[in-house]
Design a protein around this ligand. Structure first.
Ligand SMILES: [Zn+2]
Length: 418
């Protein structure tokens, strides 16, 4: 079998044909050179409007287009571009089926690189396939822009809104997910976490699609609450379990570090040192040794421990099935906590009281939302953010998020290279 046959079977480059294939050294590397030729009498296509036009001239220089490597041997298509004389666009370069614009990579190769870039970092892809970081970035970018232009946005019933911090300091992004049973994906990313930011999302989604939303899940960020109430009053608004429990962990952390300092200042032995994770751990995950340590701490009647127990007590809230009983539990818990004299925990109780209605909506959603989805996305997002120290720009970061979490569609190819 000839290489020509293989190339023809994995591509569809009509009306162009493979004229000649040879192996030679390009930039001191053995390379498979595939010379392409336009079929005789085949009129060129205008890259401006896509119409067939009469030819104008042919470029004296041959352009190189990198194709998916074969057995780690680079494959390069060689072709001298023609120019057309288009009645509507004037003199324009022709359109070829294997590449877009000025890219030195074929479309197949771009999708191939973009596919790998979902599995490993962009830096690793560029090292593995001996292309530049920019080539990988541009490949991902075109995959994302194709996917965004071709994705289907109808029938969205539930969304989750979250904020993420990127880069050190206080740079926030607002992210919106679709969290329907059959379709979970990142829908939108926007700079900042202001009311204005979320308004931009609803403008993007449009009035009709917004009116179809039935559930929305978010954390307690005031700007979000305001916009959600205004823009989608028909949707049941649920406060996310993951974010609420995160607030508890933060409060316990504050109590503990203040107490460590206090104990030190009072000259007590450092019994709380190294206990951070012990306190934040779920009780069912504690080892026997850790349980003993907890019991030991209990004797000291420490605020850290008391607030940990308050948190564990609150976990029962989520096991209720009816909003009425959950509400009674919530009220009792808040009353107990308000008497506890632990300021950080009292703050949580006040906040929960303030958001009572939205909290109880969790039970009114009646299992339509699973609590793990937003948390799952949040974890994946953190992973990408960690991997992403190479991104210098906001757009780069956004592109990576859409690429890995957007579940974006891809075009149909003659052959799947990835
Ligand atoms: Zn044209």
């Amino acid at each position: 079998m000839q290489l020509k046959t293989i190339i023809n079977s994995v591509t569809n480059y009509k009306p162009f044909v493979v004229e000649h294939i040879e192996m030679l050294e390009i930039e001191s590397k053995q390379t498979i050179k595939v010379t392409m030729r336009a079929r005789e009498n085949g009129l060129p296509t205008c890259s401006g409007c896509g119409e067939r036009c009469s030819g104008y001239d042919t470029s004296p220089t041959v352009r190189r287009f990198y194709f998916v490597p074969l057995w780690n041997i680079p494959v390069v298509l060689m072709y001298a571009m023609r120019r057309v004389n288009c009645s509507s666009c004037g003199v324009k370069v022709e359109r070829v089926p294997w590449a877009e614009g000025k890219s030195p990579l074929t479309t197949e190769y771009q999708w191939f690189l973009a596919g790998w870039a979902r599995r490993m970092s962009w830096k690793e892809v560029s090292e593995c396939f001996c292309v530049s970081w920019d080539h990988v970035y541009n490949s991902v970018k075109q995959a994302v822009s194709w996917g965004l232009a071709h994705r289907y946005l109808e029938g969205i019933k539930s969304i989750g809104i979250d904020e993420v911090q990127w880069k050190r300091g206080h740079k926030y992004q607002t992210v919106v997910y679709q969290i329907d049973e059959g379709c979970k994906r990142l829908l939108w990313v926007g700079v900042d976490r202001k009311a204005k930011t979320l308004l931009r999302f609803f403008r993007f989604l449009g009035k009709e699609r917004s009116a179809e939303l039935k559930f929305v899940c978010s954390d307690m960020w005031q700007a979000y609450l305001k916009v959600i109430a205004k823009k989608i009053p028909q949707a049941l608004h649920v406060l996310d379990r993951f974010h609420i429990m995160q607030k508890f962990s933060k409060a316990i952390d504050q109590v503990r570090s203040a107490e460590v300092k206090q104990l030190q200042a009072d000259g007590y032995e450092p019994i709380l040192t190294g206990c951070r994770w012990l306190l934040l751990k779920r009780p069912e995950n504690r080892s026997e040794k850790e349980v003993l340590k907890m019991q030991e701490l209990l004797q000291y009647n420490l605020k850290s421990l008391r607030s940990t127990l308050q948190k564990e007590d609150f976990q029962r809230f989520w096991s209720y099935r009816s909003a009425i009983w959950a509400g009674k539990f919530l009220d009792a818990w808040c009353t107990r906590t308000m008497r506890s004299k632990i300021e950080s925990m009292k703050k949580i109780a006040k906040m929960l009281r303030r958001q009572r209605v939205l909290l109880l909506n969790w039970f009114r959603a009646d299992g339509a939302l699973s609590s793990g989805v937003v948390e799952g996305f949040n974890n994946k997002l953190k992973l990408i953010t960690r991997k992403s120290y190479g991104f210098r720009t906001q757009t780069g970061y956004e592109t990576a998020l859409y690429h890995t979490l957007g579940n974006l569609p891809e075009p149909d190819f003659t052959h799947k290279f990835f």
